[in-house]
Design a binder for this molecule. Structure first.
Ligand code: HMG
Length: 440
């Protein structure tokens, strides 16, 4: 069977940065370590006043097409995954295609375009749609462009405010890919949940603490479902597990879940059961305070063991490097985690070709998906070509007053005008609702 998967990836960060320990913490009267150690975040990316989901998606896609020497007629499908859409009818992919048609020869008139929504998991769902389209042999030899783009903003003062972020990830899905092949096996955990939602509103209504429990419950179900089709996962066979990363502290918890699940190591639980007189874990998370306390005890014990630390440092920690600097990009978040792991492997001089990574995607509402990916021979060239470190270093560092202005500019209910902080350089820029971005 011909391999199908991700041929290339490009990342586009919002051009501004909010420093969490330096700027956010003092304003909130909080200990900076709540953010750096507790949530695991150093900074968030923000869009400048001339940026939005269209421009960031178009900028990432433009770079990807140029680098891969692609013209529009090589792309038969454009899907945008976002939960920050501003148009309830016209998909964001049409706006992005409009931007790209302004600079490339040819057009996307024979490409199928759409928009996918299921909170943060929509990026992976779009990847799956593209995979299925190619597998069904409906692609006429063409590739699919999948763009995950979000301005992940919360209302000011919301507990989620520290986890904001903005950026886009563009992925080219093709036969015989250069980066990773996707597995046919997938596992799902899905249930109707209301801990994070945006009914007719831009900023989410969130029950943050519950959202953490729902994430873990659905992820656990997805792992079980995946193993029911792919067979038991052996920890030695998995190089990395990039999880959806709303903030790295969340993934510390998901890491414990993953470790327990794939190693089937119950020794800590058994020790704890002797101590507390019952098994500390059940099949599903619930609201029982005593249960949560025993899980926390279990986690604290496990986290302290050398075998867990070694596994976490090798398998999970490398997936978090980029996320620590950019915050939550919603649909793009798990795709940044994959890049982060491969970038760390490249910098460590590790040969990843043929290795397997397990990808744990999640979207509130709620659904988790697990699939595997096999790293391909061309991965080093693909990861070396990324300029994400330069992009992060070039961001403008917002003061608190700047941040409040920028937040208002991106609030769809406010009509404020703010000077831009950075100068667009070879970028698409936002020039009014409903119009395509012009390239400066
Ligand atoms: P909070 O109340 O501000 O923070 O909200 P906290 O008091 O729970 O503290 C956070 C962590 O920092 C805790 O660690 C503290 O102990 C620690 P934990 O106990 O969880 O391991 N801490 C400190 N550590 C060191 N030094 C200190 C210190 N102080 C505290 N001085 C919350 C946290 C997650 C609730 C909030 O950020 C929130 O509401 N976020 C938005 C929702 C969210 O991200 N949920 C994640 C799961 S749902 C998801 O991933 C989907 C999503 O991406 C949306 C989508 O799918 O579309 C959000």
């Amino acid at each position: 069977m011909t391999a199908v998967g991700i041929d290339a990836i490009e990342i586009w960060t919002g051009n501004l940065k909010l420093d969490l320990p330096g700027t956010f913490a003092p304003e909130k009267g909080e200990d900076p370590e709540k953010y750096t150690k507790g949530l695991g975040l150093n900074a968030s990316s923000f869009p400048d006043s001339y940026e939005d989901i269209v421009t960031m998606g178009a900028n990432a896609s433009h770079r990807l097409m140029e680098r891969k020497g692609l013209e529009p007629d090589g792309i038969g499908r454009i899907d945008v995954a976002t939960e920050s859409s501003f148009d309830n009818s016209k998909p964001v992919s049409t706006y992005v295609a409009g931007c790209l048609e302004g600079v490339f020869e040819g057009d996307f008139h024979h490409a199928n375009k759409g928009e996918r929504k299921f909170a943060c998991i929509a990026g992976t769902q779009s990847l799956d749609d593209a995979y299925n389209w190619i597998r069904a042999d409906r692609n006429r030899g063409r590739s699919a462009l999948v763009i995950a783009t979000d301005t992940a903003l919360y209302a000011r003062g919301d507990a989620g405010e520290a986890t904001q972020g903005a950026g886009a990830v563009a992925m080219l899905i093709s036969e015989n890919p250069d980066l990773v092949e996707l597995s046919t096996e997938q596992g799902y955990g899905s249930a109707d949940e209301t801990d994070f939602l945006k009914p007719n509103q831009q900023f989410p209504s969130v029950d943050g603490k519950r959202s953490v429990q729902v994430y873990l419950a659905r992820m656990r179900e997805a792992l079980t479902d995946y193993e029911s089709v792919a067979g038991d996962v052996h920890p030695d066979d998995i190089a990395f597990i990039p999880f959806h990363t709303p903030f790295p502290g969340m993934v510390r918890k998901a890491g414990l879940l993953g470790y327990r699940h794939i190693t089937r190591d119950t020794t800590i639980e058994d020790d704890l059961a002797d101590e507390i007189g019952r098994q500390p874990r059940r099949e599903a998370f619930d609201d029982d305070e005593a249960f949560r306390d025993s899980v926390r005890e279990y986690m604290d014990l496990l986290k302290g063991t050398d075998r867990y630390k070694a596994w976490y440092d090798a398998t999970i920690d490398p997936t978090l490097t980029l996320s620590r600097e950019v915050g939550n990009w919603y649909t793009g978040s798990v795709h940044i985690a994959r890049v982060s792991a491969l970038k760390n492997a490249l910098e460590a001089g590790r040969d990843m070709a043929g290795e397997t990574i397990l990808v744990g995607s999640y979207g509130s509402g709620a659904q988790a998906e697990i699939h595997a990916e096999t790293v391909q021979d061309g991965w080093t060239d693909e990861i070396e070509a990324l300029n994400v470190d330069d992009q992060l270093a070039d961001r403008y560092d917002l003061s608190w007053a700047d941040y409040e202005e920028v937040h208002d500019v991106h609030n769809h209910e406010m009509d404020v005008d703010v000077e831009e902080f950075t100068t667009p350089d070879g970028e698409f820029v936002f020039d009014g609702w409903g119009r395509m971005g012009e390239r400066k």
